[in-house]
Design a protein around this ligand. Structure first.
Ligand code: NAD
Length: 484
């Protein structure tokens, strides 16, 4: 008898406990070798005074088992509660969110009969650092961070996933025609890593037209790798157009710990009635079995589930007169899957998970490589001001006087548009101004010159709200230019 794999299970809120029972029942029926530790998360834990919905002791269990099967929870109404998912993702560095979006035509209604897309979403960076500021009366800001190691990890993960799962193509979406530095880095790293996988096709689309194509013809896509925000939006779009948000599972993968769940919430109105569809959580659990190397069990359970779908044994949410054969409750659905263990679907494509290929083990040793050492030099500074006392030319006249000691004003921009010198009179200006200073006459500058410049701003009574140093890396600008 093979050794049991320890996992941590949380039953969650609403329909959570019912769909978890059903999922565990199917896993048991498939012969899963699991040693379960239970923790409590969600509403009760929030209301007991833990702002993240999870008690610190629960983290000990996750550190021990490294595998977390999580049912949905209810976030209590009102402010002050932090997202449990974001907390777990950030605490344990779960950098990859993997969400297969599959249609089950003709057994489940869908707009896209041929759809089998896997979204690989970067899970830690982008605007999800939650680093935001209100800087002036009128203007707010959110920081978008894209790092080389973060991007290398997710892009490599997507290609490794494609290879392991016999997928043909990885597609990357970014908006690097606009965000040339941040999204540009994501795209560049995609282009650097793709050639290491000559057996997997690769392509890049700008996210707007790419999304339109995904929504229109998902059959043309296979694996998608996306920065966090685009991935968040598009993984819901993809699950929805597959026709089956209630049928989608998701994996959050880190180097040490992984979390598996359904993509839907706790559906409180359906709770306690033996109505809910356990399939989303179950398919998350199948990904878990593959992750821990129980590929034989994953394959048996998944194929029995596909057979159940095909046999028309459906819960209320996907039941359709004429297509479905039998409307069942949560428990009966689980028993129907268990009764089909060993069977495979006849019309839908059967799954096959190869032994020894499970898990992220083959990947986890391959850390991101070092960024190429670059020669970094200070090439200027942007000083941002909160200012409401006149036009761009008025401000220009005031700020010109602050040039000196090696730094001179080169331009003023408002929300990224150059407004001084020589701005268009029609450009709308907010109270948020960027004054760009560059070295005077090719002089070398350092932070000392920046500090004295700032003290001149302070003496002039100007409210500088932030500064941003401008660097060249190996002579190439590491900053954007204002729109002229
Ligand atoms: P929801 O996903 O819980 O429900 C949306 C709709 O889908 C409901 O009408 C429900 O009847 C139906 N539905 C969802 N899952 C189903 C299933 N398995 N079987 C049958 N029908 C199903 O979204 P919501 O109503 O916006 O959110 C409810 C709660 O869930 C909120 O407190 C929210 O914060 C939380 N939530 C939690 C998670 C999570 O834990 N990962 C994710 C999303 C929402």
């Amino acid at each position: 008898m093979a050794e049991k794999t320890p996992i941590t299970v949380a039953r969650g809120d609403g329909i959570g406990p019912e769909i978890m029972d059903a999922t565990l029942r199917i896993l048991e029926g498939a012969g899963a070798r699991l040693d379960i530790e239970e923790i409590e998360i969600g509403e009760k834990v929030y209301l007991a005074g833990n702002p993240a919905g999870v008690a610190p002791e629960a983290f000990d269990s996750l550190r021990r088992t490294k595998v977390f099967l999580k049912a949905p929870i209810t976030t209590p109404q009102g402010g002050g509660y932090k997202s449990l998912n974001v907390t777990v993702r950030k605490t344990f560095g779960l950098y990859a969110n993997v969400r297969p979006c599959v249609s089950y035509h003709p057994f489940v209604e869908t707009k896209h009969p041929v759809m089998d897309v896997v979204i690989v979403r970067e899970n830690e960076e982008d605007v999800y650092g939650g680093i935001e500021y209100r800087q002036t009366g009128q203007v707010t800001q959110c920081l978008k961070l894209i790092s080389r190691p973060g991007t290398e990890k997710i892009v490599r993960y997507a290609f490794e996933y494609a290879r392991r799962n016999n997928r043909k193509k990885v597609t990357c979406f970014t908006k690097d025609n606009i965000m040339k530095i941040t999204d540009g880095l994501f795209h560049k790293i995609f282009d650097e890593i793709a050639p290491e996988y000559p057996d997997v096709e690769n392509e890049h689309w700008i996210v707007d037209i790419g999304s339109a194509k995904l929504a229109d013809a998902p059959e043309n896509f296979d694996v998608l790798v996306l920065p966090n925000l685009y991935g968040d939006v598009l993984s819901d779009v993809a699950a929805q157009i597959a026709g089956s948000v209630g049928l989608a599972g998701s994996a959050n993968i880190g180097e040490h710990i992984a979390m598996f769940e359904a993509i839907h919430g706790s559906a409180p109105r359906r709770a306690g009635q033996n109505l809910a569809n356990p399939s989303g959580l179950f398919l998350g659990a199948v990904m878990m079995l593959v992750h821990v190397g129980q590929t034989d069990v994953a394959e048996r359970a998944h194929n029995a589930w596909l057979r159940t779908m095909e046999d028309g044994v459906h819960t209320y949410d996907i039941y359709k007169e004429g297509v479905s054969k039998e409307k069942v409750g949560t428990r009966e659905f689980a028993e129907a899957v268990v009764a089909r263990m060993g069977q495979t679907p006849s019309q839908l494509k059967a799954v096959s998970y190869k032994a020894g290929e499970g898990g992220e083990g083959s990947f986890s040793g391959r850390m991101a490589r070092e960024a190429a050492a670059a020669n970094k030099e200070l090439a200027g500074v942007d000083v941002y001001l909160d200012w409401t006392s006149g036009s761009a030319n008025d401000l220009g006249a005031v700020v010109e006087k602050l040039s000196g000691e090696g730094l001179k004003l080169s331009s003023i921009a408002n929300r990224g548009v150059k407004v001084y010198p020589g701005g268009a009179t029609e450009t709308f200006c907010s109270d948020h101004w960027r004054c760009r200073f560059v070295p005077e006459g090719g002089r070398e500058i350092g932070n000392k010159q920046v500090a004295t410049l700032l003290s001149r701003f302070a003496e002039a009574g100007l409210d500088f709200i932030k500064t941003e140093n401008l660097y060249n890396f190996d002579g190439k600008p590491g900053y954007s230019h204002a729109q002229e």
